[in-house]
Write a protein that binds this ligand. Structure first.
Ligand SMILES: Nc1ncnc2c1ncn2[C@@H]1O[C@H](COP(=O)(O)OP(=O)(O)OP(=O)(O)O)[C@@H](O)[C@H]1O
Length: 236
């Protein structure tokens, strides 16, 4: 059988000093699917993504990229193997131009691939219009589009997004939703996003995991989110 899992997280724990932020968390991110982890503030969503991209070590468990164990690999190795990351708060370089921000993705690419694919500007035309503007001059929504564009410059197989709708106006949330759906449907990309915004997850996701206090309390198809018993897990 062909491998349909792009990424597997197996029974991971994560600590900050003595405080445990993740407990026995497992999930699979399938190719060409949108997987959403829903949960309110502080339940451990960002910690899960940090563990996946290699920004914080896990204390137990394994992370597999395809069949490759990457549990102890540094973040640049994971990026090189195809994980693109859009961090919470976007982390745009305010003093660099939009073009320069996008070009920061080049470091992980072989020389021949060091160009910005036109598709990125088709998904987010505003980036083309604002190429020579400074990152700090963009609105929050434009910065989010830039952060996604910057991750796409690295040509990832898996795109990991931390609360892409946070603080963003509805019209741009729609654009971001359309872009994510396009990447799944046309590029076969595996998408993992963490969110507090239930409607965004319900509309986009194929699979939903609900997280509470460092644990996954429910996993199932996005349609389940309309069931009362599933909603009861959601304190968002
Ligand atoms: N660097 C850190 N040092 C110590 N504790 C941390 C650190 N980062 C997060 N925590 C704690 O770990 C827990 C999980 O935080 P995390 O940021 O993963 O949650 P979250 O679900 O992403 O919330 P948010 O939506 O606010 O980002 C919280 O109790 C938080 O206070």
């Amino acid at each position: 059988m062909p491998e349909t899992a792009a990424l597997k997280v197996q029974s991971i724990d994560l600590h900050y000093g003595a405080a445990q932020a993740l407990r026995n968390v497992s999930l699979v991110v399938e190719k060409a699917k949108i997987t959403c982890v829903l949960g309110r503030n502080g339940v451990g969503k960002s910690s899960l993504l940090r563990a996946i991209v290699g920004q914080h070590p896990v204390s137990n468990g394994e992370i597999l990229l395809g069949r490759d164990a990457i549990t102890k690999a540094p973040s640049y190795t994971r990026a090189g193997k195809g994980i693109g990351y859009v961090p919470q708060g976007r982390e745009i370089f305010a003093q660099l131009t939009v073009k320069e921000n996008l070009e920061t993705g080049y470091a992980r690419l072989p020389r021949k691939q060091r160009f910005i694919e036109e598709e990125i500007f088709e998904l987010f035309p505003i980036l083309k219009d604002m190429l020579s503007r400074r990152g700090g001059d963009l609105s929050g929504g434009q910065q989010q589009q830039l952060a996604i564009g910057r991750a796409l410059v690295t040509r990832p197989d898996i795109l990991v997004l931390d609360e892409p709708t946070e603080g963003i106006q509805p019209s741009i949330i729609k654009d971001i939703g359309r872009a994510i759906t396009y990447l799944r449907d046309e590029k076969g990309m595996a998408i993992l996003l963490v969110e507090q915004y239930l409607d965004f997850c319900r509309e986009l996701a194929d699979v939903v995991h609900i997280m509470d206090r460092g644990e996954i309390t429910h996993s199932g198809p996005a349609e389940d989110l309309d069931r009362d018993d599933v909603r009861s897990y959601l304190t968002v």
